[in-house]
Design a protein around this ligand. Structure first.
Ligand code: FPP
Length: 249
């Protein structure tokens, strides 16, 4: 628990996941079912995102990672891609002061290629810099992110820094990931009834608990995050070992 967290019924404060990652899926279908444009679905996802961030602060989470734009999302119609670029910029500018005041540190993980508009890169860099000293929750925004790309980039970075083949270990590779100090997610939540990882944090998810919900992202609220954490706390994490036999009763 942190100073800003509060007790949540049915959740053991001593076993809060350190890191939760969310795949915010179903914005398009949410909109289409209402006869709206897909971009209206993304816009409706904003409230879901910031209510979830508030819920994460309620719980005292150390890390929350959200998948905002994948390396595969460039394949979407140009108008939707353009909307998402502007939307991300607007969301950051609109919320960063409030998040900074709540002690949130904001970071980005993903590739900085030339397709990402310069204005957005500038806002991302400013946001990282202005929140770098915060010691509350870290909000990681996966943007132009792909799990395979991250592993490829880590291997390239290792080779550039001259790591020899006999020094290539899991620990060495981890040190070259986008955010080496980030603990692996304990829990991943994916909305919209899809049961896939979709190239999200492939290295880091090796032992994460996965929780899926049929809700579309725009309908997701902190209560649903709490439900996912309750489900997480009911699970038995063995990390390939046999720790369950040691449990009392
Ligand atoms: C997936 O829905 C959602 C996205 C591609 C974007 C989600 C982004 C946000 C909610 C804002 C994030 C902004 C920041 C700054 C963190 P979809 O279009 O894949 O839905 P569908 O599967 O129904 O088509």
């Amino acid at each position: 628990m942190t100073s800003s967290s509060r007790p949540v019924p049915g959740i053991d404060p001593t076993r809060i996941p350190r890191h939760v990652a969310c795949v915010m899926d179903g914005n398009g279908r949410w909109a289409e079912e209402r006869g709206l444009r897909r971009t209206d679905g993304h816009a409706a996802g904003e409230e879901a995102l910031f209510d979830t961030v508030e819920g994460a602060l309620d719980l005292g989470l150390g890390w929350l990672t959200v998948y905002a734009f994948s390396t595969e999302n460039w394949k979407r119609p140009i108008d939707e891609v353009r909307f998402l670029m502007n939307f991300n910029e607007r969301i950051l500018v609109g919320h960063r002061d409030d998040l900074a005041a709540k002690g949130v540190r904001i970071r980005f993980l993903g590739r900085r290629d030339r397709r990402v508009p310069r204005r957005l890169v500038k806002v991302m860099d400013e946001t990282t810099a202005m929140t770098a000293g915060n010691r509350g929750m870290t909000l990681n925004i996966a943007f132009n992110y792909g799990g395979r790309a991250e592993i490829v980039d880590a291997v390239a970075a290792m080779m550039r820094s001259g790591v020899s083949a006999d020094k290539v270990t899991e620990a060495a590779l981890r040190r070259h990931l986008y955010t080496p100090d980030m603990p692996d997610p304990d829990l991943v939540v994916r909305t919209s009834g899809e049961y896939r990882i979709s190239n999200f944090l492939l290295w880091e998810l090796a032992y994460s608990e996965l929780v899926f919900t049929d809700l579309y992202w725009p309908d997701f609220r902190r209560e649903h995050l709490f439900d996912a954490v309750r489900e997480y706390q009911a699970r038995d994490r063995r990390f390939g070992g046999l720790r369950d036999i040691d449990r009392p009763g």
